[in-house]
Design a protein around this ligand. Structure first.
Ligand code: F6P
Length: 377
């Protein structure tokens, strides 16, 4: 038997993770005679040396399964909660990596995982990553797996909300995942014909949203669907957040920084009920009854779409090929119909957000959706 590689899944789960694990396990064995071990629950499993050999039966029947057979966590190697303290456990992980005599470690995750994997690479491990997240916001890749499935789930949910909103002459405000990027909100809003689509990249003016709903009413449509990303903010709130972020950048000493971090945390807590607030504001401004639906983790659960299964399988096999070729410190990115290796240094610290001139934004505006401000109206 040849070399041994390790794999872990970290961050929020995403449909297609098991398809990727299967492709890595089967691809490594069939094409390169390599052995694969999985670490459980993300970087925590690497630290605690909790492993599972990925071969035979364990890889069978998982292509269609949601979640991850390895388990996941949001634990960071350099900030592990150990008892009541945060500790840097990088060294312990490096020891475990060597204990298994690993040729390389594959880290599958979103933006946070890419950053943590980069830290591991800098600490001396051979690392290759795969981009997954339903948010589709990892930089330097056209798409991440999990997004297509979540898009279909959110779209179907909004389709269903349409008929009940129509029957009751109500506004339904539907919250879609995406704290920092609006790919899922915009995509699902566009695919389901939502009347209003609010995303983090375009701070909204609640009066303009209400006007759009009133205009529909004058045209005889006395119901409206408002699709809002969980991270979308009003113009006033976006300004406040930008100011806090600027202050954080400028804060020189630790005491000042801590104060601003506390203010930022308070801001986030205050905004967890943003969607509910928007719904009541719209009721008051339009006189229509409004209801809220938060799609939440339903969007991340269950069986992956065919497109995500194919994508995760392609990425998984490309990843093993990269390791065989001794290409390390990189992410396997999607570029058109093909894949390419991008240095992790190019990926970390960036986020792929929706550009305002993106064709989806234009298509939404030209088909009459309100995006919450004057953009192109
Ligand atoms: O990272 C993807 C994501 O689904 C975000 O859209 C969402 O804000 C977040 O995860 C929720 O994470 P958790 O499951 O840890 O609450």
């Amino acid at each position: 038997m040849g070399k041994c590689i390790g794999v872990l899944t970290a961050g929020g789960d995403s449909p297609g993770l098991n398809a990727a694990i299967r492709a890595i396990g089967k691809g490594a064995l069939n094409a390169y005679d390599m052995r694969v071990i999985g670490f459980r629950d993300g970087f925590r499993g690497l630290m605690e040396n909790r492993t599972v050999l990925l071969e035979g039966e364990i890889l069978s029947g998982i292509l269609t399964l949601g979640g991850t057979i390895l388990g996941t966590s949001r634990d960071k190697p350099h900030k592990m909660p150990i008892g009541s303290k945060m500790q840097d456990m990088t060294e312990v992980m490096i020891d475990n990596y060597h204990r298994h005599n690993l040729e390389a470690l594959i880290c599958i995750g979103g933006g946070g995982t890419q950053k943590n994997a980069y830290r591991m690479a800098q600490a001396g491990m051979n690392v290759v990553t795969l981009p997954k997240t339903i948010d589709n916001d990892v930089a330097m890749t056209d798409i991440t797996f999990g997004f297509d499935t979540a898009l279909s789930i959110a779209t179907e949910a909004i389709d269903r909300l349409h008929s009940t909103a129509h029957s009751h002459h109500r506004i339904i405000v539907v919250e879609i995942m995406g704290h920092n990027s609006g790919w899922l909100g915009l995509g699902a809003g566009l695919a389901s014909g939502a009347d209003v689509i609010l995303i983090p990249e375009i701070p909204y003016d609640v009066k303009q949203v209400a006007d759009a709903i009133r205009r529909r009413r004058h045209r005889g449509k006395n119901f409206s669907i408002v699709a809002i990303s969980e991270g979308a903010l009003s113009q006033e709130d976006a300004k406040e957040l930008a100011q806090l972020q600027e202050l954080k950048q400028a804060a020189k000493d630790e005491k000042k920084q801590k104060k601003i971090i506390t203010a930022l945390d308070a801001f986030r807590v205050n905004h967890t009920s943003n969607t509910l607030r928007l719904s009541s504001q719209l009721e008051a401004l339009t006189g229509l009854e409004s209801r809220v639906t938060i799609l939440g983790h339903v969007q991340r659960g269950g069986t992956p779409s065919a497109a995500d299964r194919i994508l995760a399988t392609r990425l998984g096999t490309a990843c093993v090929a990269a390791i065989d070729d001794r290409q390390f410190g990189c992410m396997v990115a999607v570029k058109g119909e093909s894949t390419e290796l991008v240095q992790l240094a190019e990926v970390v610290g960036k986020r792929k957000v929706v550009p305002l001139d993106h064709p989806w934004v234009r298509a939404a505006l030209e088909t009459g959706a309100c995006l919450g401000n004057q953009l192109g109206v």
